[in-house]
Ligand binder design. Structure first.
Ligand SMILES: [Fe+2]
Length: 388
C-alpha cells in the first residue's frame, strides 16, 4: 500500500515545561498527576553533581514523598530495571521520575511499564507490545542528546548477551517533561559533544527519511539550526547558558521530530556496535553520520542541500548534488571542531570480521526501512568499513 505523504498523524501527549528554573515546578505538576510517592531513577554522577537537590526540594514543598534508585548505568541493563521495579513496588510508588541522560529516563519508563504489566521486560520488546497503562512517567533531562523525555522509546540492554533492545509504545510517552537548561551546565565537554551529536543525528535522520512529514520536518529544521549554532559554544564553555539552552532546544525538537518518523542507518548501526563494544551511543552515531550521509545523498539531495544551508554553508550557485555534499562537509568540520574521533579504530579494537558479524544485526533494524537510500547487507558493511 502506498501512503500519501499528505496523510499523516502527529501525536504528542507529553506536557513539556521548558526554561531556566523550570525544575521548581516539578512538585506542583506531579501533584496534578495524582501522585504522592515518587521513585527517582538516576545515576551516581547526577547524584554527586547535586542535581537531585532542586527536584527533591520541589517535591518536598508540594508534600510529595520519594525514594531514590541511583544505580542506573549507561544503557540500562535488564537487571537494573528489575531492581528499580522492586524498589518501586516495595515503596508503593505511584509515579516514576527519571532524571539524567537517556539511561536514567529510559529506566524510569521501563520501571513504569513493569510496575503495571506482568512477566519480563522481554515480553514488551518492539513496538506497541505494552498492554496496561504504565505508572505516570516524569522525565527531566540533564544532557542535550537523547530526547527520551518526549519519545515512545526506552533502550534496554542485556550486557551478558551483548544485546541492546528497544521497547516502544505511545503509553511510554512521559506524562511530563521538565527541560531546564541549568541542569545541563555541569555536563563535561566530551559528553556535551557526544550527546549533542546524537541529537544532530536524530534531526538529520528524521529530516531525510521517507516517513518525514511537515510537522516533523519543521521541528528537524529548527533542531539542525540550533545544534549547528550552539554545539561548539556549549563544548567550549559549559557554563554558557545560552549555548546550553540552544542545545536543549535542539535535542528536544529533534526528538519531537524523530518520535513520529523513526531514524536511519546511523541508528541501525549504533545499537549493535554500542552493545558489542560498549561505545557510547552518541559517539557511535557521530562517527557513522558523515559516511551515512554520503551514502544517502542520492536519496534526498534537496533535503541535504537544505541541511548544508541550515548549518551555515554557502550553497549559492552550486548544483543540487554539490550543495547536498556540502552538508557532509559541514558535519565533518563540526566533528573536528568539537574534537571527537572520526574513526572507530581511534577508540576501539575493531576488525572487519566483527563488522560482518554485526551487520546482520544492524540489518534487522526498522530504521533501515525509512532510510532514504535503502541499504542491503553489503551497503551496511561498506558504510561501517568506511568508518573504521
Ligand atoms: Fe540516538
Amino acid at each position: 500500500m502506498r501512503i500519501d505523504r499528505n496523510l499523516f498523524s502527529y501525536e504528542m501527549p507529553t506536557k513539556i515545561i521548558y526554561g531556566t528554573g523550570a525544575v521548581v515546578m516539578a512538585g506542583q505538576e506531579i501533584q496534578r498527576l495524582g501522585a504522592n510517592k515518587v521513585l527517582l531513577t538516576t545515576d551516581q554522577g547526577i547524584k554527586g553533581a547535586g542535581l537531585l537537590n532542586p527536584v527533591t526540594s520541589a517535591l518536598a514543598k508540594a508534600g510529595i514523598d520519594w525514594v531514590v534508585y541511583d544505580q542506573v548505568e549507561a544503557d540500562s541493563d535488564v537487571n537494573i530495571v528489575a531492581e528499580a521495579t522492586s524498589m518501586a513496588q516495595e515503596n508503593q510508588c505511584n509515579c516514576v521520575l527519571g532524571i539524567g541522560g537517556g539511561s536514567s529516563m529510559d529506566t524510569a519508563k521501563a520501571v513504569a511499564v513493569m510496575s503495571t504489566n506482568p512477566g519480563s521486560i522481554y515480553d514488551y520488546v518492539g513496538l506497541d507490545q505494552v498492554k496496561n497503562d504504565p505508572l505516570p512517567i516524569v522525565a527531566i533531562p540533564t544532557t542535550a542528546g537523547t530526547g527520551s523525555e518526549v519519545t515512545i522509546w526506552a533502550v534496554i540492554s542485556d550486557k551478558k548477551k551483548q544485546l541492546k533492545t528497544g521497547i516502544g509504545s505511545i503509553k511510554m510517552m512521559p506524562d511530563l517533561a521538565i527541560c531546564d537548561p541549568e541542569l545541563t551546565l555541569s555536563l563535561p565537554p566530551l559528553l556535551t559533544a557526544e550527546t549533542g551529536m546524537d541529537a544532530l543525528t536524530h534531526a538529520i535522520e528524521s529530516y531525510v527519511n521517507t516517513a518525514t512529514q511537515p510537522i516533523s520536518e519543521a521541528l528537524a529544521e529548527k533542531s539542525i539550526k540550533m545544534i549547528a549554532e550552539h554545539l561548539r559554544l556549549a563544548v567550549a564553555n559549559g557554563e554558557d547558558i545560552e549555548a546550553r539552552d540552544g542545545m536543549l532546544m535542539g535535542s528536544l525538537t529533534a526528538a519531537l521530530a524523530f518520535n513520529e518518523t523513526r531514524l536511519g542507518i546511523a541508528h541501525a548501526w549504533s545499537s549493535p556496535l554500542g552493545a558489542y563494544f560498549s561505545i557510547s551511543h552518541g559517539l557511535a552515531n557521530a562517527i557513522l553520520l558523515p559516511n551515512v550521509m554520503e551514502f544517502n545523498l542520492i536519496g534526498a539531495p534537496d533535503k541535504y542541500a537544505k541541511i548544508a544551508d541550515l548549518m551555515g554553508e554557502n550553497i549559492s550557485g552550486l548544483s543540487i548534488m554539490e550543495a547536498a555534499a556540502k552538508s557532509v562537509e559541514a558535519v565533518r568540520k563540526l566533528l573536528i571542531d568539537i574534537e571527537l574521533p572520526r574513526h572507530f579504530r581511534a577508540i576501539i579494537d575493531i576488525e572487519e570480521e566483527d563488522i560482518i558479524k554485526l551487520a546482520e544485526e544492524a540489518l534487522k533494524s526498522g530504521n533501515n526501512l525509512v532510510n532514504p537510500h535503502r541499504p542491503d547487507l553489503d551497503d551496511l558493511i561498506a558504510i561501517c568499513k568506511k568508518s573504521l
